[in-house]
Write a protein that binds this ligand. Sequence first.
Ligand code: Y39
Ligand code: FE
Ligand code: FE
Ligand code: FE
Length: 240
Amino acid sequence: MYHIFRSGRTMQQLANQPDIDFKSETYKDAYSRVNAIVIEGEQEAHENYLKLAELLSEHKDDLIRLSKMESRHKKGFEACGRNLQVTPDLEFAKQFFAQLHQNFQIAAQEGKIVTCLLIQSLIIECFAIAAYNIYIPVADDFARKITEGVVKDEYSHLNFGEVWLKEHFEESKAELEEANRQNLPIVWQMLNQVADDAEVLAMEKEALVEDFMIQYGEALSNIGFNTRDIMRLSAYGLRT
Ligand code: Y39
Ligand code: FE
Ligand code: FE
Ligand code: FE
């Protein structure tokens, strides 16, 4: 099994937590974008799983179930924003996801199931798991409870993609490589775009990158890639 060991960041985040002023204008301003990203992400994930349910009719019921979970996540995060009296900047969030969203839709139109699964069930789910893992220790009490429930679901969404891609590994390999090449650099750009706002929420960019690489590397390993391929694929387009 492929593993990268974690640093001691969680303890440090816990130690810093008493300093966070969830009511400050600075915090609420950053939260209006990060919260919107999560709300928009959950909405798009809902739509993406409905699309996948059409494309993968033998897993239709499972995929519709996942899409319903995404709608519940969206409602949960809307409540987190309301709880802090923050209005999410949804226009910003739409822009934030525009490229990945477009790539998913083009792939879906072309019937490229492997690419759709890589974008939603691997890349976006790993991004979500990393972000939620890093957020939980520094969240307000209300948002922490919501996010703890959500992140458990996200692991099951990632698992759906892993299992399907593992079962179709040999015939999917080339398309996975190409889809990774096209989409992973977009994720690093997205991370850079949100890094300053995340920092205000006490979420370190380094920690986000590290956790994403752990999740994504493990996913590629579970699907059947070897360590050499994982190193090459998971760092593709990463410049810090
Ligand atoms: O599958 C899902 O539920 C994923 C759509 C949700 C996206 C979460 C995107 C998180 C990025 C947040 C970055 C904050 C630092
Ligand atoms: Fe392991
Ligand atoms: Fe979700
Ligand atoms: Fe999800």
